[in-house]
Design a protein around this ligand. Structure first.
Ligand code: FES
Length: 152
């Protein structure tokens, strides 16, 4: 059995092959593999007997899923209106320069991915950046240096 088939099979088995477990199976695979390749999605479709279009639809709808390889560390900057008013464009520029990445890019060594989002639900504290799930409000340049150094 090839690696992808085996990995998908384990995830599918842990939900007894139930179609109802589709989202959870995709979440488990995302967490194990770091992203969901076309091969993985086709395999899930086959093993669960769910149309591949349905699997793609779910995988592309939820932000938790990535259809492309992502870095080891995910940096997300909120670009919602409230954060923009509070300086998120400058924050994104600063982070982009520090990591030498444009939003949507992953570093060639696969260490960092820089992403943007439209609201993180803490608008009064903006601008907000999230690094590996930890929220940082109004991080200064020295704060950012420390943060990126600590996750290296
Ligand atoms: S707009 Fe940034 S947290 Fe809401």
């Amino acid at each position: 059995m090839n690696h992808v088939r085996e990995t998908v099979s384990k995830a599918v088995d842990s939900y007894n092959g139930s179609k109802d477990g589709l989202i959870q199976i995709l979440l488990d695979l995302q967490s194990e593999l770091g992203w969901l390749s076309g091969e993985v999605l086709r395999e899930v479709s086959q093993q669960l007997a769910v149309p591949v279009t349905r699997v793609y639809q779910i995988a592309s709808y939820y932000k938790a899923f990535s259809l492309y390889p992502r870095g080891q560390h995910i940096i997300t900057v909120c670009m919602g209106t409230a954060c923009q008013v509070r300086g998120s464009v400058r924050l994104l520029d600063r982070i982009s320069t520090m990591l030498n990445l444009k939003p949507g890019e992953t570093s060639s060594d696969m260490r960092f991915s820089l992403e943007t989002v439209n609201c993180l639900g803490c608008c009064a504290m903006g601008p907000v950046a999230v690094v590996d799930g930890v929220y940082y409000t109004r991080p200064s340049p020295p704060d950012l240096e420390k943060i990126f150094e600590s996750v290296k």
